[in-house]
Design a protein around this ligand. Structure first.
Ligand code: ARG
Length: 254
């Protein structure tokens, strides 16, 4: 009889714990960041990352957001192309991926305040002399971009490079390697990543500030998720004021 009573009490206790855990389910102890970790210095994989194998400026920023919220950061790595869908369907809580905030994307997600300014650059071979400005790409050049990046839109829609001259890959490194082996003349990609990839592969970067506009990186959340957006913006404001974002940029650019 006594035994049975203990059992029932134990059952109730565990049921209570379960109920409490379930209640917290909607905003569990995790903040899930969607990203595409092939974009150094913003996100990349390494043997000892900040979160598992993941590291970079965005991972560092997202860790601060999570810790301010009293949550643990989880990183969900996927193709860049799938990030907007992942956050709009709630598969991830936010996207921190060196993502440029623009009107096209604003149709589907809401963006935080800007945390970094960038622009496109051209990665060419070290001895290249005939690509000095964006217009030169129209001169029958073979151009590489990453599928769905702003660089893709600029090369396709703004510069109107013919389709048969464009190579689209899923990662910057894949097209940069094609420049290295002479199959492509140039890759159009974001400045910091272009510089990092050029350096690692013995290539050089050509800038054209007149042709390539300034792009604003921001964190994306599901449309209408102002609760999370406010928290993200509060942490971003702190990180900007304390100079931490600059510190992260210096740290990961090395
Ligand atoms: N800034 C560019 C864009 O928004 C490229 C971002 C790529 N980011 C990444 N994590 N792979 O399209």
């Amino acid at each position: 009889m006594k035994k049975g009573l203990i059992k029932v009490t134990a059952l109730c206790a565990s049921a209570l714990i379960c109920a409490a855990a379930l209640a917290g389910c909607g905003d569990s102890g995790k903040l899930v960041m969607g990203t595409n970790a092939a974009f150094p210095p913003f996100e990349f994989t390494t043997s000892e990352g900040l979160v598992g194998e993941f590291d970079g400026i965005d991972v560092a920023i997202a860790s601060e957001i999570a810790s301010d919220m009293g949550k643990e950061l989880e990183v969900a790595d996927m193709d860049f192309d799938g990030l907007i869908a992942a956050v709009s369907t709630g598969k991830v809580d936010m996207v921190a991926a060196g993502m440029t905030a623009n009107d096209e994307r604003r149709k589907n997600v809401d963006f935080s305040d800007t945390y970094f300014l960038a622009s496109q650059v051209m990665v060419v071979s070290a001895d290249n002399t005939d690509i000095t400005k964006a217009e030169d790409l129209k001169n029958d050049k073979k151009v590489g971009v990453v599928l769905g990046y702003t660089g893709d839109t600029i090369v396709t829609d703004d510069l109107q490079i013919p389709e048969d001259k464009i190579t689209r890959a899923n990662r910057g490194l894949d097209v940069v390697q094609e420049v290295k082996n002479g199959k492509l003349d140039a890759v159009v990609i974001d400045s910091a990543t272009g510089k990092a990839l050029a350096e690692k592969n013995g290539l050089k970067v050509v800038e054209d500030p007149e042709a390539f506009e300034t792009e604003e990186y921001a964190i994306a959340v599901k449309k209408g998720n102002t609760e999370l957006l406010d928290k993200i913006n509060a942490t971003l404001a702190e990180l900007k004021a304390s100079g931490k974002i600059d510190e992260f940029a210096v740290k990961y650019n090395q």
